[in-house]
Structures are given as C-alpha cells and as structure tokens.
Design a protein around this ligand. Structure first.
Ligand SMILES: Cc1cc2nc3c(=O)[nH]c(=O)nc-3n(C[C@H](O)[C@H](O)[C@H](O)COP(=O)(O)OP(=O)(O)OC[C@H]3O[C@@H](n4cnc5c(N)ncnc54)[C@H](O)[C@@H]3O)c2cc1C
Length: 811
C-alpha cells in the first residue's frame, strides 16, 4: 500500500468503488481505496440488485437515471459484466389515491425526460400475468427498471478505476483518522499509515463509526431487511416461453412488496411496518459476510397480501430467506458532500439504494472534490441538511418511520409524527391550546394553521384542497384587512461582526451592504453564478450585521461562509439559531399594534420600510425589522426565547380591539404567492441564475467584484435560458403542489416550483420555470399545468395580483 495519496476512500462497497471510479474519470488518479475485508463486504454483497429511476425528489431522480445509464460504460471499460437485466417495472396502485400519486410521479417524469406510462389493471395483468388484477386500479410502467449482479457491478467500478491508476488495499481496516495542522489527513490502518489530502467516508454499515473517528455523529442507521427466493415456478417458465422475455419487476404498495424473477423463481422483498434497526448504537467491526436470522412473524402481514395478489405463490415453496442490514438517513436519501468544520473530509454514505444511486453519488462527489461544486442541485442528498438536532435517538425514530412508510403515500399536507415534538419554542403549548395544527419544520414545531373553536385541529390528508382551506382563507383575510400575528422562529439568523465584516459580505453577496439601521435583500451566488442563498441583511453598527435566511440551509450556508472567511480573524460569523425566536405582525393595522407596545416612534417617517433596529417591545429588549413576507405593512420582532411569551401576550392583548388574529405558515405562504415572492429551495435553487429567477434588481454588478459576478454578467448579457414566471391557474378542487409539468403547444416545456391558493385575491396561483422564449409570450401564451393527471389552463401574470405597486409595504 502506498504511504501517500491525494484521496483515501474508506470502504469498498458499491458506493466507495463508484467514488473511486469517478475520481479517476475526473483525472484524479492518485487515489487509494481501503477496504476492511474484501470488496462488497458490507451491505452490498447481499443486495437484491434492483434499480429504478423514480424518486420523490426530481433532482435525485436525475442522478438515478445517470446511475442506470452508466452500467454499460463501466462494463466496457472494465471488461467485467454487471449482469444487467433491463426488464422494465410496474408499480401497482391498489386505491384511487395511489393512482393519483402515480399520475403525479408520471407527470413529473415528463419534464425529467422519463418515458413512464399510466396503464390500467388489465394492461398490467398482460405485462405481469402473475397478478390477480382485481386488487388493483391501475399502474405506472417504467421501462428503465431492472436488476443486476451487485458483486459484478462493484468489481466493474473497481476494475475501471484500477485501469485508470487507482489502488485498492484489501483486508485492511482504517482504525484511526487524525488531521495535521496543515489540514492533511493521517489515515491509520492495520497495514500502516497513509497521508492524504482528502478522506471520503464510504463506510456503509460502518459509516457512523468512521464518522466517530473525526468526532462526528452522522444521522445514519442500519435496518434489517428481508427478501425471499422461491422454488422454480411453472407460471414463470410459461411467461418466459410465451413472451420470450424475463418477467417484469413489480412493486405492490398495499403489501409493501417488491418482486422480480430470480432464475426460475421469484424474489420477493418487503419493507415491513415492524421496522427493526440493526446495531442501533455500534456496528461490530467483526461483522462479516453474514446474514441475520429471518423473522417470519415480522414479514407475515406482507406475505399474506402477497399470496392474495400473486396467487401462484400460494402453492410455491420458499427456497431461502435473506435478512441483511443496510443504512438509511432520517429521510431515506444519501448523505453526500463535505462536512462543515472539517477540511477535506467528505461523506458518501447512507445510500439505501446503491444500485440506483451509487453512480450519481460518485459523480456528484467527484465533481465537488475536483471543482468545488457538485455541478447539480443535490440538496436532497447534501449531508448539510441535518443539524445537531439529528441525534442518535432522533435518527432511530425517523429512520424507523421512513422505512415502515417506504411504500406508503406521503400527502402534501401530511405531517409525520415520529420524534415529535423535538424542538419547541416557549409558545408551543400556548399555540396548541389555541387550536394550532403544528408542522415539523426541520425538527422545529411550527404553527401551520389555527382551528377555530369547535373545529378539530387536525389535517385531513389529501392531494386536493382539504379541511384547512376555509380556515387559512380566514387567516389571510384577517391579515390583509386588519392585522395578524405568527411565529417565525424557523428562520436562520446570523451575526457577522468584525473589522472585515463589510468586505466579507460584499464579496459573498450580490447586493450592496445597507446603511446603518437599514436592510437589504440579497442573493448569494457560487462561482458559476448560480443561486446558493437568499438573505435579508441589516447593519446594526459599522462593523456588525444581522442576517436572516432559510433555517434548513443553516449548515449548508455556514459551510460556505467558513470556507470563505479571511484567515486573519477579522470576521466572525455566528449562527444565532434558536437563541432568538421571532414574531411577525402584518396587515394595515400592524403599525397601530406595534405603537401600543413600544415607546419608540414607529411612524412611517421614523421607522420606514426596510428599517431595522433594537427596540423595547412590551418592556423586552427586541430587534425589530420593518419587513414582512406577506408583502403587507409588517414587522418582524426578534428576541431571546425567554421574552417571547411576554411579548406575544402583550401583542395579543393590545391587538384585541384591532381584530388581531393568529395565522400560520400556510397562510404566510399563500400571502407571499399573491406578491409573486419566491422562496428558497423552491424557486431559488443552485440550478438557476439570478436573472432567470427574476432577482436581477438585487444584483449590483457595478459595486465591485463578488463571487459569481462574471457569470452573472454573462447571464445578464445572454439572458440565460430560463425564466421564473407566475401563473393564475384554472384549478378545480386541487391547486398545484410543486413539480407539476407546464405544457404549451402539446409539449412539456417547464415545471412548477410551488403554488397554492391566493385567498385574498381569490385565485389559484403557481410559480415555475419556462424557457425564456416562451416566457416572453406573457398572458397571451396558451399554457397548461398538469394537476393530478388533468391539464388545466394557466395564464402568465407579469405583476402580482396583490398590491402591484408595492404601496402596502411602504404605507
Ligand atoms: C437485503 C438487502 C437487499 C437490498 N436490495 C437492494 C436493491 O435491490 N437495490 C439497491 O439499490 N440496493 C439494495 N440494497 C441496499 C444496498 O445494498 C446498499 O445501498 C449498498 O450496498 C450500499 O453500499 P455502500 O458501499 O454504501 O455500503 P457497504 O456495502 O456497507 O460498504 C461499505 C464498505 O466499507 C467497508 N468499511 C467500513 N469501515 C471501514 C474501515 N474502517 N476500514 C476499511 N473498510 C471499511 C466495509 O467493509 C464495507 O465493505 C439492499 C440491501 C439489503 C441488505
């Protein structure tokens, strides 16, 4: 084994080998993979080897499609067969709701270029004669689905990497990791120490333990997983003889079952509801190529359904049960990327579908290591999406929930119960007592809407408008006609201080920094000119700034800030997190309300739009900003949590005769739609440029240099390729959710990013991206949006339906 390498990849499962191969493909050939035992010794060797492209996150779906397309390439380079069987696959819907869900997946697949098809139960039976079609109402057909040989595929990656110069060290466990003051790593192994610039944790079943070597507690947990193999079946022999093809894959949602042909019999796996973690605290280092004892009781409920839905199984013997562990993050997607606070320590773990996702993970990570950017929108897999709140016990509860729901529908208005409440603010009990239906905003309880007295505070889950509709409407109207109050603790807040603070922000942000006591809105770009942040910044002293952004992205943003901090200590960036909570009051009577609880002059002249300063509110020291995401007259009041109840109670009391009403996050999101305001991670993501996203007014190209300026300038000159547009939708009883295709002239030309009902303007609204040429058609363009399988008319609006001249915010 060499003693120095540019990169050490820890782990020779399918993911580690894919990372190794992709690094060589990007020209980094001084790379070494270290494997504890033989290649495939973790979860890889006993995988069922299935692959598919469908995924709830369109960006992850794209990387899955890439993975599947890669197998031919690595076979050719390595000369090693991956044992590919491209059979195509069915997902069988047992209820109309499930069929709706499949129709939405099909629609989303259209703008991803996927060639899925919605078919009837009868057509499904023709493709898969083993089913009893009476149990199904329809299905989706995906031709790009199949299975492969897990070991052959892993070795194909490894051989292709070796051919390009990579080295692989087997039967050699990494026992310790230490970082030298210059940032390079000492990788201590059973066979000696290697010095490396970069370390990749592709430890699979042991990723958590490898993380612990550098002081990390990664949110990853292994679950036991069963599949079984049947004896040969005459029914399968008949299908193969009559069609000349292998049997197609199938997912049967009601049984939580997946099936495929394995030699002359069937392979049938389950994501059983009685989900069982494996080695919940510590994975034993001596766990070899072993299987776990099967537990038939746990999978019996699925098998019973399987016997009904695939009747031939009733008289078929079972040859073998396989029970093996593999890992999941709390939301079921991988953990990829650089870890905040550690130089050149990278993750490629928690990959639960290594044969659908391993290629995409390798591509994204190698781009990131070589170019400093993954080159795609991989937020759905970014290790930075989990904060310190994702503890061992939290991860355990969420992974079990996610596993047991793997084949269940997640409705757009459905909040999942595991590990809740996790983080709460001092208002939690008070809001619950007032009928708040709470939501989980990245592990923080947040009010969604308030059920008036006599109404049960509970969502009825649906793809269509539901029981909250009329209550959210009343909340929106209360804001627009009078004044409303909501909690906004779920923003990220930062303090940026020091003699270099202004220069630092000027370099990272696209807008000019504000004057003392004022605020600006500003995007943040990466070097390629794509949007990686969207902030509000206030100057509170010459060398001190406050900044607000998306709370989900706090670690993602801190990682970027820390990467760009000057080395001389002249700037400190401090995330405030829940050290501050916030209340937002909004509506034409918001000023009257604020004036009743503060001694400060809050008149329009003394405290105009975009002003921001310290102020006592209800005798508590607060920081107040004159801004509101509702697009109305409004204020955000920030304070330490121990003052929140006092301030809230004082505002409620003072506002009683102004008609003050609590409103929740759902009303807030509807109100922002009426102003065509975009939101981070929906309209603003790292695949869009600032002019494409209609944020050009916040790009101060002539202020001097900033990161992404050159690219932004080019985008301005060329106009980019896309445009964020707003639409009024002729919706029936269902509004857009996000990710629906936009049609024009019989073709899918764009996609929806978000939408909902604008209750005050009384219109169904959507935002999305179109090619710029079509965007210029404006209201005359004949567009349609596909909502649950039905195309409805959508008209472009070029200005917000509420207050187009923005007078309310400034009144
Ligand atoms: C029963 C079952 C069925 C499955 N079916 C499918 C399927 O149909 N389709 C699909 O896509 N996925 C399936 N999977 C999941 C799939 O197996 C995983 O997604 C995949 O194996 C993950 O690969 P990995 O490389 O991340 O991890 P692993 O395969 O666990 O590899 C990690 C490697 O790192 C090594 N390692 C760890 N720590 C160290 C160290 N300190 N030093 C040196 N080496 C170390 C280990 O020895 C191991 O070889 C299934 C899994 C199971 C259990």
């Amino acid at each position: 084994m060499k003693s120095q390498a540019r990169v050490v990849v820890i782990g020779g499962g399918v993911v580690g080998c894919s990372v190794l191969y992709h690094l060589t493909r990007r020209g980094w050939t001084d790379v070494l993979l270290i494997e504890r035992s033989e290649l495939t010794s973790g979860s890889t060797w006993h995988a069922a080897g299935g692959f598919h492209t469908l995924n709830g996150d369109p960006n992850v779906a794209k990387l899955q499609a890439y993975t599947v397309s890669l197998y031919k390439e690595i076979e050719e380079i390595s000369g090693q067969s991956c044992g590919l069987h491209l059979t195509g696959g069915l997902q069988l819907a047992d209820t109309p709701e499930r069929l709706d869900w499949l129709k939405m997946a099909h629609a989303r697949g259209r703008y991803l270029g996927m060639e899925t098809e919605i078919i009837s139960a009868k057509e499904a039976k023709e493709l898969l004669p083993l089913i009893d079609e009476r149990h199904f109402v329809g299905a989706i057909w995906d031709p790009i689905e199949g299975h492969l040989d897990p070991s052959g595929t892993t070795h194909a990656y490894a051989k292709a990497a070796r051919k390009a110069g990579a080295e692989i060290s087997l039967r050699n466990r990494v026992v310790e990791l230490a970082q030298k003051p210059d940032g390079t790593w000492l990788v201590v192994t059973e066979q000696g120490t290697v010095e490396a610039e970069h370390v990749v944790n592709a430890g699979g079943l042991w990723a958590r333990e490898v993380g612990r070597m550098v002081g990390l507690e990664l949110p990853v947990l292994a679950m036991e997983h069963h599949y079984l193999l049947t004896e040969d079946m005459p029914e399968i022999a008949e299908i193969v003889a009559s069609t000349g093809k292998e049997m197609v894959h199938a997912i049967d949602f009601s049984g939580e079952i997946y099936t495929r042909q394995e030699r002359g019999g069937m392979l049938l796996g389950t994501y059983e509801r009685a989900a069982t973690p494996w080695s919940p605290r510590q994975t034993p280092w001596d766990f070899g190529q072993e299987l776990l004892a099967p537990n038939l009781e746990r999978i019996a409920p699925s098998l019973e359904i399987g016997f009904e839905h695939f009747p031939a199984l009733k008289h078929t013997g079972i040859k073998q049960f396989v029970n093996g562990p593999f890992t999941f993050a709390p939301d079921g997607n991988p953990l990829v990327g650089p870890v905040r606070g550690l130089t050149n320590f990278w993750c490629a773990c928690a990959v639960m579908a290594g044969f659908s996702q391993g290629g995409g993970v390798g591509l994204a990570l190698s781009n990131w290591m070589v170019d400093g950017d993954p080159g795609f929108d991989i937020w759905g897999m970014d290790v930075a999406r989990f904060g310190p709140w994702a503890t061992l016990a939290y991860t355990n509860a969420k992974v079990r929930e996610n596993y047991s729901r793997r084949f269940r529908i997640r409705y757009p208005n459905e909040e999942l119960p595991a590990a809740r409440p996790h983080q709460t603010t001092p208002l939690y009990d008070r809001m619950r007592a007032q009928g708040a239906v709470m939501g989980d905003s990245w592990a923080l309880e947040t009010p969604l809407w308030f059920a008036p007295e006599g109404t049960e505070p509970r969502d009825i889950v649906s793809f269509r408008r539901s029981n909250d509709f009329e209550h959210v409407k009343a909340e929106c109207q209360a804001v627009r006609n009078g004044v409303g109050i909501t909690e906004i603790a779920n923003f990220a807040k930062y303090e940026i201080a020091g003699p270099g603070a202004e220069a630092f922000l000027d370099r990272l942000m696209t807008n000019r920094m504000p004057a003392l006591g004022r605020m600006v809105l500003t995007p943040m770009l990466n070097e390629t000119g794509k949007l990686i942040g969207d902030f509000t910044i206030a100057r509170i002293a010459d060398d001190r700034f406050l900044m607000w952004g998306s709370s989900q992205a706090e670690i993602y943003h801190m990682r970027w800030f820390e990467r760009h901090l000057p080395q001389d200590g002249s700037v400190r960036v401090t995330p405030i997190n829940l050290g501050w909570v916030g209340l937002s009051i909004a509506g034409p009577k918001a000023r009257d309300l604020l004036a009743r609880v503060t001694g400060d002059d809050v008149s329009n002249a003394a405290f105009p739009f975009m002003a921001s300063r310290a102020m006592d509110v209800a005798a508590a020291p607060c920081h107040v900003s004159r801004i509101s995401y509702t697009g109305d007259l409004g204020y955000e009041i920030w304070m330490a949590p121990h003052y929140e109840r006092r301030v809230y109670d004082a505002l409620k009391e003072a506002g009683a005769d102004l008609g003050l009403r609590d409103f929740g996050m759902r009303a807030l999101l509807c109100l922002r739609l009426e102003k065509n305001f975009g939101t981070w991670f929906r309209e603003f993501r790292p695949i869009y440029g600032p002019y494409e996203a209609d944020l050009g007014r916040f790009i101060a190209l002539n202020k001097g240099d900033f990161i992404g300026r050159e690219a932004a300038l080019r985008e301005k000159e060329t106009g980019g390729t896309l445009r964020r547009m707003s639409f009024v939708v002729e919706a029936g009883d269902a509004d857009v959710i996000g990710d629906e295709p936009i049609w024009h002239d019989g073709k899918v030309v764009g996609w929806v990013t978000s939408g909902g009902y604008g209750h005050f303007v009384d219109a169904s609204l959507a935002q999305g991206y179109l090619p710029k040429e079509l965007a210029s058609l404006g209201p005359d363009g004949a567009f349609e949006i596909e909502i649950i399988g039905e195309r409805v008319k959508a008209r472009i609006i070029t200005e917000p339906l509420f207050d187009p001249r923005a007078e309310r915010m400034r009144m």
